[in-house]
Design a binder for this molecule. Structure first.
Ligand code: CGF
Ligand code: PLP
Length: 813
């Protein structure tokens, strides 16, 4: 199958064909949605031949495939990315113009697939983009949730969640393959049987669902490679019971279908505390079992010798969500392929590697033995045996230290019997990595210290990265054009070349052009905000952004305290309004629906915004914006416009962060703690171009050890006291003191993330920001240096690190 000719005429012809034959309409009667679907279909047609070739090659080639197992992919819109990858942007724009269509109108129609919560899911999307661009044979495996991350709206300043029906206008970017469905089993019991004199175990499940794969193209940038993202949808094996229907019980007749399809119905709206939900474990097993079966049965050639499996695949576990894959591969190898335990374990250990993404103890996933045994009885048996053998090794190595045995056991006994999935992954994985230097070190020193002592060589670091295609080339076309004009085009796939910009940081003409790009990006963001929310940005304001999930450890509260304190400074006369740098504070954040404290914080941000934005005493000086429903599409408008990037988590809590990298890469200066990848950002961009504040991780530990009393900080700092008192007095809640009482009490008496302890140095750092921004020459220089020195944060580099340190796979073609 050949691609249509890469010309405007060729594109027009194929577009019209798709409009006629796929959408069933003529150009003159088509609406924008028809046109969008036909356009997407046309782009697909260009990529199709290479995609089919690359899939066919996957089974015949001898090289290793990276199977990225991830419960989340926060993809963002596909159209522009795919046009760019296939070098079709100009052709498509011109072709549509010839049909009387403005491509921008169609672009705006695309609903992004929000199949992830935040950083973890967006990371997976960046990684598969880089792997395709580097021609690494990869299959991304995940779940095709019918409803992705909820749509956020605000009612009276409070978060309201609405379902994300992202499929409602069709899904032109994926292809269902019902013929390649896998049957996935659950529950039941296990039994032993005699297999020609050999005693074997088998699982006799109680119920099944079908996993139907939907394939999406993952095109590499300008290299012709098209990898696959395979997302599984759950379908009932026996969807409809005609007998029950005929007897008149219509609800019961489709019960099986409803039950089965629930498995891929919704994304769990949480990424930092596991919910002990049976459905979530079902989801995890569902997609992992389908993926392993798919790889073994469909991707490997027939008759493949499974002893060689580690030469052909690495299953990368993106956090603990896919870890049930470990006992699943063991089950397949032993029960289905009849390998001996030791041989199966040797293979399994080489086929998995584990990435940990957290330091919060509550985010380390555990499953009760009860639930796991009920849903996956054979897997529990296998986990027990893995644990028995592992604990023998521990005794061998460290003696009969019962406390250590308890600490390291994959089975936890307290407060209830449970399977510790991070430990299972660590025991089974060939490598374990954290996602930034500091995070990997804290994993070795604290969270997994006994394991690191046992297997120091297992532990490694790969600092996260972001794709420069989406987050610079596409999101910031003006800056991209300036960079290309200055350095040539190669930076898009070799981001270290941005270093070349250092030489221009002192060039007045370049600075002027750089500043003009930032100003244009702010105007563009202002138009986006006007169209979606009726708000806007003011000219000349410093744009100060905090965009990320709402979580106490990220400390949006600290940001609010800064806003309230600045506001108070002006209205109380403590500060002369003329001396305050005009600023717009922009938030973007969703809170998990069940996370009450995070929702109070959202309410407070909106309430403070309401007062600040309508108080004439601060008009033209302070503004608070909180556009609802922060997602990848909105991120792409905000990031290029930002001046200041707020990365203010308590040191030792943010594993890495990736928003921090995107903002630095687009020329925002960071105000941040020494946490996660901020540490590496600061080292690279230099102290002069970064506003550091707050306690270091060891200082945080020391303060905890000595006994942290937030009220002491409240008493000691007048600015802090006044800010908290203003909120407590009802200034932002029409005099009602009860509204924010839980939040205030939490800060004064608990403050687990030590916002009050870091308040003083934060405010001092913000004063430095004001002074620095007043000197535009120097500010722009710093912004340029941020761009120039952020090349390290390309996800291409992250992929090279995974390849060198963990995967050992090589490019093809
Ligand atoms: O993963 C996170 C994010 N919340 O999704 N964790 N998880 N799970 C971390 O908190 C971030 O620090 C990290 O950047 C991201 C991707 O590794
Ligand atoms: N949510 C969205 C939509 C993102 O694009 C990103 C990263 O850019 C994140 C969340 C993660 O942000 P952070 O790394 O600041 O937690």
């Amino acid at each position: 199958m050949a691609a249509p000719p890469a010309s405007v005429d060729g594109f027009v012809r194929r577009f019209l064909q798709n409009l006629n034959f796929d959408q069933g309409v003529a150009l003159s009667t088509s609406d924008d949605n028809d046109r969008y679907l036909a356009l997407a279909g046309t782009v697909r047609d260009y990529l199709m031949a290479r995609w089919l070739d690359d899939q066919a090659q996957q089974s015949t080639q001898q090289s290793k495939t990276v199977c990225y197992l991830s419960a989340e992919y926060l993809l963002g819109r596909q159209l522009d990315n795919n046009l760019l990858a296939a070098r079709l942007t100009d052709i498509a724009t011109e072709a549509l113009a010839q049909c009387g269509i403005d491509i921008a109108d169609l672009r705006a129609l695309e609903i992004e697939p929000g199949l992830g919560n935040g950083g973890l899911g967006r990371l997976a999307a960046c990684f598969i983009d880089s792997l395709a661009t580097m021609s690494i044979p990869t299959i991304g495996y995940g779940i095709r949730y019918e409803y992705g991350i909820f749509r956020q709206a605000f009612a009276d300043g409070q978060q309201v969640e609405q379902p994300d029906a992202w499929l409602r206008l069709g899904s032109p970017w994926d292809f269902p393959h019902p013929e390649a469905a896998q049957t996935i089993s659950f529950a039941g019991h296990t039994e032993t049987y005699d297999d020609d004199g050999v005693e074997r175990t088998r699982w006799v499940p109680e119920w099944n669902v079908l996993a139907v794969p939907y394939n999406m193209m993952v095109p590499g940038y300008h290299n012709g490679r098209v990898n696959t993202l395979r997302l599984w949808r759950a379908v009932a094996t026996n969807a409809f019971d005609l007998h029950t229907f005929n007897s008149g019980d219509y609800v019961a007749s489709v019960r099986a279908q409803t039950f089965a399809e629930n498995i891929s119905k919704v994304l769990y709206p949480e990424d930092s505390t596991p919910q002990g939900k049976e459905l979530r474990l079902q989801q995890q097993y569902f997609f992992v079992a389908a993926s392993i079966a798919d790889f073994v049965e469909n991707v490997l050639p027939e008759g493949f010798d499974l002893a060689k499996l580690p030469e052909r695949v690495i299953f990368q576990l993106n956090d603990t969500h896919p870890v049930i894959g470990v006992p699943e591969l063991m089950r397949v190898l032993i029960d289905e392929k009849h390998l001996e335990w030791d041989a199966a374990w040797a293979i399994t250990q080489k086929c998995f590697a584990y990435t940990c993404h957290t330091l919060l103890p509550e985010a380390l996933e555990v499953w009760s033995v009860d639930l796991l045994g009920r849903l996956l009885p054979r897997h529990l048996e296998i986990i027990y045996r893995i644990n028995d053998e592992f604990l023998l090794e521990v005794r061998d190595r460290f003696g009969d230290d019962e406390m250590l045995i308890r600490d390291m056991s994959i089975i936890g006994e307290h407060p209830y019997r449970s399977v510790r999935m991070a430990y299972l992954a660590t025991v089974a994985g060939s490598k374990v990595n954290g996602v930034a230097e500091l995070h990997s070190q804290l994993l070795r020193d604290n969270v997994l210290k006994d394991f690191a002592k046992m297997w120091p060589e297992k532990f490694t670091n790969v600092t996260n990265g972001v794709t420069p295609r989406r987050f610079l080339r596409l999101a910031n076309p003006e800056l991209s054009a300036l960079i290309t004009e200055t350095l040539g085009a190669g930076w898009t796939v070799d981001l270290e070349r941005l270093r070349g910009l250092e030489a221009f940081a002192d060039d007045p003409e370049f600075r002027e052009r750089f500043a003009a790009v930032k100003a244009a990006n702010k105007r563009r963001l202002s138009r986006v905000l006007a169209a979606r929310d009726g708000t806007s940005l003011d000219d000349g304001h410093l744009l100060d952004v905090m965009i990320k999930r709402l979580h106490e450890y990220k400390r949006q509260t600290l940001k609010v305290l800064h806003i309230v304190s600045t506001y108070d400074g002006i209205v109380s006369g403590r500060v002369n309004v003329e001396d305050v740098q005009p600023r717009t504070f922009l938030f973007g954040a969703k809170a998990a629906p069940g996370y009450a404290m995070a929702k109070h914080i959202i309410h407070l941000i909106n309430a403070v915004g309401e007062v600040v934005n309508t108080d004439p005493r601060v008009e033209g000086r302070l503004k608070v914006l909180y556009p609802a429903n922060y997602n990848v599409t909105l991120a792409e408008s905000i990031i290029p416009a930002a001046d200041l990037s707020e990365q203010i988590s308590l040191a030792g809590k943010e594993a890495s962060g990736t928003g921090n990298m995107k903002l630095a890469l687009n020329g925002a200066l960071t105000i941040g703690t020494d946490d996660g990848a901020n540490v590496e950002i600061r080292q690279l961009v230099g102290d002069d171009n970064f506003f550091l504040f707050g306690m270091s991780e060891p200082e945080v530990e020391a303060l905890w050890a000595e006994g942290y009393r937030p009220a002491d900080f409240y008493q000691a700092d007048e600015r802090l006291r006044r800010a908290i008192d203003l909120i407590a007095a009802g200034t932002f809640s029409d005099g009602d003191r009860t509204v924010f009482e839980p939040l205030i009490s939490n800060l004064l008496y608990d403050d687990r993330f030590m916002a009050l302890a870091d308040f003083g140095t934060y405010i001092d750092a913000q004063e430095r920001v004001d002074l620095a921004y007043a000197d535009q020459e120097t500010w722009v220089r710093s912004a340029i240096l941020n761009v120039a020195r952020s090349g390290f944060f390309s996800s291409d580099r992250a992929m090279r690190d995974y390849l060198d340190r963990i995967w050992h796979a090589t490019p093809v073609n």
